[in-house]
Every structure is written in C-alpha cells, then in structure tokens.
Design a protein around this ligand. Structure first.
Ligand code: ATP
Length: 209
C-alpha cells in the first residue's frame, strides 16, 4: 500500500475586503502552495444546480433565485445587509458546505504530496470553526482607507456601501489579534509584495518560484 504522505502545513489566509488576499494567494501558489479558494467554492455551491440552492430556496423562497436557478446575489446581498438574522441563516447554509468541500480539496492535495495548503477564507476570524482547521493564520492587512480605495477602483460601489461591508466584518484589530503572521500590504509595489510573500513562503517550507 502507498504510504500516507506527511500532512502539509495548513495556512488560513484572510484579510478584509480589498486587502489583497487574492493577490497574495496567487503569489503563494507561484511558490508552490496549494491554494483553496473558498469564494470559488461558494460560487459553485450557489450556481445553477449547486448543492446550496435547494436549502436557500426553502429558507428564503424561490424569489431569491435567478431564472436559471442560481442564487440572485445582488438581491440576497441587499437582504443580508439589512438583516443580520438573514445573514446568519445564509451563512449557516453555506459555511458548513464550503468548509467540507475545502477540507476535501485539502485531503486530495495531501494525497498528491502537497507541502503547504493555503485556505483563502475571507471570514476566517469571524468563523467559530476555521481556526481549528489551520496551523497558522496569515493576515493581509491594510488601513481601511486603502480598502475603500481599492474596492472603489474595481467596483461600482460607493463609499457608504463599502463602509457598511467593512462594518459587517471583523475589525482590523480583531484580525490582527488572531493572526500568526501579518503581511502589511500598503504602500508596497506588487514586486515588493511578491518579495515579502516569497520570504513568508520559505518559512512555510516552500521555495521561491
Ligand atoms: P476581496 O476580498 O474583495 O476579494 P482581496 O482581499 O482578495 O479582495 P485583491 O483582489 O487581491 O484583494 O486586491 C484588491 C485590488 O487591489 C486588486 O485590484 C489588486 O490588484 C490591488 N492590489 C492589492 N495589493 C496591491 C499592491 N500591493 N499594489 C497595487 N495593487 C494592489
């Protein structure tokens, strides 16, 4: 029988909206990490025929689905921002499914001999369970004003909408307290960010690309 490969280091990558998580995840993947994108899993679960669709229709009604049977994201976003109970209901459907699929992907990565699995989890600090599944938390940190600027540059959202989104997440201080490694991503060029990610990756047992 094939020997069970030794477990990879499990890193939870988190940060506020627009902090630079996805950019850092891509750089870590270039250094050889196996990145598991929980936002991508969430999008698949809520696409037409996705595993979360029936439960969402039962709890919120078919009015929250599009004509082709996907989650109507803009409508649901409006609902959950106005109503914390609705947000908790949606999260109680999605989060266990997301975590189960992410851990399944991690097991496959381990079987393939992964040295380091990086779970990109925007709401890791807010979650009661994710910190049990990772060895280290890597926080991508930046000032709130930088978050606002980056999100405004890439979306149609205005400042009040972005501030409401930030207020619904853990505070910067809460994230900093929960982190093992803090990567300060402000005033850095993308090349400088890549250099910092490379030295963190070496600490994870990975090599430079
Ligand atoms: P979200 O949570 O909203 O998905 P995120 O935390 O994954 O965001 P990214 O998508 O990685 O953040 O970054 C947000 C934007 O900021 C992107 O357009 C990215 O290219 C840019 N960005 C991030 N870091 C830097 C940097 N050091 N220099 C220049 N641009 C940056």
């Amino acid at each position: 029988m094939r020997p069970n490969p030794s477990p990879p280091l499990r890193v939870g990558l988190t940060g506020g909206v627009g902090s630079g998580k996805s950019t850092v995840a891509t750089l870590l993947a270039r250094c050889g990490a196996d990145v598991i994108d929980t936002d991508a899993i969430s999008r698949r679960l809520t696409a037409p025929g996705g595993l979360a669709i029936d439960a969402i229709a039962q709890v919120f009604g078919h009015g929250y689905l599009t004509a082709d049977g996907a989650l109507n994201r803009p409508l649901m976003r409006t609902r959950v921002f106005a109503n914390p109970d609705a947000r908790h209901q949606l999260e109680s459907i999605l989060h266990p499914l997301i975590q189960r699929q992410a851990l399944q992907q991690a097991r496959l990565a381990q079987q393939a001999g992964s040295r380091c699995v990086v779970f990109e989890v925007p709401l890791l600090i807010e979650s009661a369970t994710w910190h049990h599944e990772v060895d280290q938390v890597l926080l991508v940190d930046c000032p709130v004003e930088t978050q606002i600027k980056r999100v405004m540059e890439r979306s149609q959202r205005d400042r009040p909408a972005i501030l409401a989104m930030i207020a619904a997440q853990a505070s910067r201080e809460q994230r900093q307290q929960a982190a093992d490694i803090i990567l300060y991503n402000d005033g850095l060029s993308l090349d400088e960010l890549a250099q910092q990610v490379q030295s963190i990756a070496v600490g994870f047992g990975l090599s430079s690309p």
